[in-house]
Write a protein that binds this ligand. Structure first.
Ligand SMILES: Cc1ncc(COP(=O)(O)O)c(C=O)c1O
Length: 350
């Protein structure tokens, strides 16, 4: 007997990047930050007494939402909702603003979780290809949908479409626009002011990348209070546990520490890109903490991925259309980037 809902029989589910047990592996496959989070984060965890564990956390995470609102230039917590990672907020956006059967729009390529979330919700995802430079096309502007996921900077290309293009899109689009800014702290600019300008825009951020807190599962969404109110109706009562709230507040309080780490990653990103270009890879300029390195030749990109893994260096390989000749490489520490380049030189010279 198959007891699952009919809808689920077609769904394979999302496959996250590998999390190897071996601590000796150089892990450049899931866009984590290679540097530790602010020391204040651990202090905040240690400061939690038994009572904090015994009782339920603040269901509305008010202090953390207020800190986010202040940092992002908004009048108060009613402009912000927080969640168990941005992934939870993405799913909530579908539950809040899309009826089963509706169309959702996204660029191709993009973050592959959107497709799984749409399948689970019974919505149909319409992909419109980015052009060869990973920019929006006029077809994208013309495609109607109930909601659009727009990733800026894009994953997995790392390219950020110009802010003015995003504004033009938000202005003309009749549904909700979710601007996924997971990687925006590594970029030159962002669209965090858009919710003041557009009533249909929700900007989402994660603490998994720039704040080095992927393990804590912290996501933030900013939008006009009417939209935030819908999220508050949908969310689980205690969707952010006491640790994540404490950790999120401590990380926000030490914002400069995050900025310093981001500067190091941006510096390594340029160095790594130049070395990959010198090795013959085609690498678009990235505004993120990863590079999409295209490779045409022998060994193939898939073989390169396998041979790097055999040397205990993990990068991400997608067999999907337009990505099958590329490696997505997270920018690691200077030493990690050097180890990768040395390994690639070794493989390519054989
Ligand atoms: C584009 C994009 N959006 C959202 C997320 C999810 O972030 P979180 O770890 O907060 O769930 C990721 C994670 O890799 C991502 O790449």
């Amino acid at each position: 007997m198959n007891y699952a809902r009919a809808l689920l029989r077609e769904v394979e589910g999302y496959t996250p990047g590998e999390q190897p047990k071996d601590p000796g592996v150089i892990k450049l496959n899931t866009n984590e930050n290679p540097y530790p989070p602010s020391p204040r984060v651990l202090e905040a965890v240690h400061a939690l007494g038994p009572d904090a564990l015994r009782k339920y956390p603040d269901p509305l995470a008010v202090r953390f939402r207020e800190l986010c609102a202040a940092r992002y230039g908004y009048p108060g917590a009613d402009w912000v909702v927080v969640g168990n990672g941005m992934d939870e907020l993405l799913a909530m956006a579908l539950r809040g603003f899309v009826d089963p059967g509706d169309t959702v729009l996204a660029t191709y390529p993009t973050y592959s979780l959107y497709e799984v979330l749409c399948q689970l919700h019974g919505a149909s995802l319409k992909y419109v290809d980015l052009d060869n430079h990973f920019q929006l096309t006029e077809e994208f502007f013309r495609t109607p949908a109930r909601l659009c996921f727009l990733t800026r900077p894009n994953a997995p290309s790392g390219v950020a479409v110009p802010r003015e293009e995003v504004a033009r899109f938000c202005e003309g689009f009749k549904g909700i626009v979710v601007l996924d800014e997971a990687y925006t702290d590594f970029a030159d600019d962002n669209c965090m002011d858009f919710p003041t300008r557009f009533e249909n825009v929700i900007v989402m951020r994660t603490f998994s990348k720039s704040f080095s807190l992927a393990g804590a599962r912290i996501g933030v969404a900013v939008a006009q209070p009417e939209l935030i109110n819908e999220f508050l109706k949908i969310k689980d009562s205690y969707n952010m546990d006491v640790f994540s709230q404490a950790v999120g507040c401590a990380a926000m309080d030490d914002y400069d520490d995050m900025l310093a780490r981001v500067a190091k990653v941006r510096y390594s990103r340029e160095g790594l890109r130049n070395k990959l270009l010198a090795l013959g890879f085609d690498v678009p300029e990235s505004q993120s903490n990863f590079l999409l390195a295209h490779w045409k030749g022998v060994p193939t990109a898939r073989e390169l991925y396998q041979q790097l893994a055999a040397r205990r260096i993990l990068v991400r390989y997608f067999s999907a259309r337009r990505l099958e000749n590329a490696l997505r490489i997270t920018v690691g520490t200077g030493d990690e980037c050097s180890a990768l380049v040395t390994a690639l030189k070794g493989i390519l010279s054989r």
